[in-house]
Design a protein around this ligand. Structure first.
Ligand SMILES: [Mg+2]
Length: 290
C-alpha cells in the first residue's frame, strides 16, 4: 500500500502502527481513499482548505489529551484562539461533535462558544448563539438510579450523568470492563426502552438507540454556513466511526487520531498533532507558506 506525504509535520515523527493486521503509516494520507476529492498527490493540509471545508472535531482524545477525570481535561488559551481563528477562516463552518453535553462543552471551552453536537448526536446547536435542540429525551430516572448503583457497587467505576445518556467510566479499574459490560447488557436487555450501549475508550455509554455522531454531522451539513462545504471529521474512538462514515458518504475527509479506523483518509498520531494542524490551518495563507 502506497502512501502520500501529508505535508504536515506532526509534533512527533510519523510512526507505523499495526491495525487490522496491516502496517500503516501514521500521519500520512492513505492511498486506499486517495480518490476522495481527487486528493491524490495533494497534501493533507492543502486538502483541508478553510475556504471550502467544514470542520468537525471530536474533543476528548482528539482536540485534547484524555485526562484521568472528564473534568480534568485541559483546553489551553492557544487552542481556543486557534479554533476561533480557524472558525473565522472557515466562515463559521467549525463545530465540536462530542459525547459530552453541549453545556459541558461550553464550560470547558469558556469563553469560546462554538456550534456543537453533544451526547453523541442527541443534542445540536447549529450556531453559537442558537438554542440547543435535543434529539433524544432524558433517560428515565429509575434507569439513572440503577446505573448509579452499578457504579457504586464496582470500585473504580464512575457514572457521568449527561441527562440523555450516562457514561460509565472504568479507566480507574480496567479489569472491571468485562463485568461492567455484562451488567449493563443485562440491565438494558431487561428494560422496555430502545437503549444502546456505546463502547468507548475505558467507557460504556448507555443511551437511547438511534442517534450518533454521524447524525450530528449530517444535521450541521443541512445548515449554513456548513452546507455546500466539504465536511472534515477528526476523531479518535469507536464512537467516532459514525462521524467518519457520515463525512465519507458526503464526499468529505475522515481523519482518525492515534490509530487507523476503516475508511479514514489520514491518521494523526496524537491530539498535539491535531492542535498543531489547527494552528497551521488557522494561520493566514501567507504565514502558512513561510
Ligand atoms: Mg474522543
Amino acid at each position: 500500500m502506497s502512501t502520500l506525504e501529508s505535508g504536515f509535520s506532526p509534533s512527533s515523527p510519523p510512526r507505523s502502527t499495526a491495525s487490522e493486521g496491516k502496517e500503516i503509516e501514521v500521519g500520512k494520507v492513505g492511498a486506499a481513499n486517495s480518490g476522495v476529492n481527487g486528493g491524490f498527490g495533494q497534501s493533507l493540509i492543502e486538502r483541508l482548505d478553510p475556504v471550502t471545508c467544514a470542520f468537525f472535531f471530536d474533543v476528548d482524545g482528539t482536540l485534547v489529551d484524555i485526562a484521568d477525570h472528564p473534568d480534568a481535561i485541559i483546553v489551553s488559551p492557544e487552542l481556543r484562539d486557534n479554533l476561533s481563528a480557524l472558525q473565522d477562516r472557515a466562515a463559521g463552518a467549525l463545530a465540536l461533535v462530542s459525547g459530552r453535553s453541549i453545556e459541558g462543552l461550553d464550560r470547558v471551552f469558556d469563553p469560546l462558544r462554538l456550534p456543537c453536537s453533544g451526547i453523541h448526536g442527541a443534542q445540536i446547536r447549529t450556531a453559537a448563539n442558537a438554542g440547543i435542540t435535543s434529539a433524544a429525551p432524558l433517560l428515565p430516572d429509575d434507569l439513572r438510579e440503577q446505573l448509579r448503583k452499578i457504579a457504586d457497587d464496582l470500585d473504580g467505576v464512575m457514572a457521568e450523568d449527561k441527562g440523555a445518556s450516562i457514561a460509565m467510566h472504568f479507566r480507574h479499574a480496567p479489569e472491571c470492563g468485562p463485568l461492567l459490560e455484562l451488567m449493563l447488557r443485562a440491565l438494558v436487555d431487561a428494560r422496555s426502552e430502545h437503549l444502546a450501549i456505546l463502547p468507548g475508550r475505558m467507557v460504556f455509554e448507555v443511551k437511547h438507540a438511534g442517534h450518533d455522531k454521524g447524525m450530528g454531522v449530517r444535521a450541521f451539513m443541512e445548515h449554513m454556513p456548513f452546507a455546500g462545504r466539504t465536511p472534515v471529521f477528526l476523531g479518535d474512538d469507536v464512537t467516532d466511526q459514525a462521524g467518519f462514515a457520515a463525512v465519507s458518504a458526503l464526499g468529505g475527509i475522515a481523519v482518525s487520531v492515534g490509530r487507523r479506523f476503516p475508511g479514514v483518509d489520514a491518521v494523526l498520531p496524537e491530539p498535539a498533532d491535531v492542535r498543531a494542524l489547527i494552528a497551521s490551518l488557522a494561520a493566514n495563507p501567507i504565514e502558512r507558506r513561510n
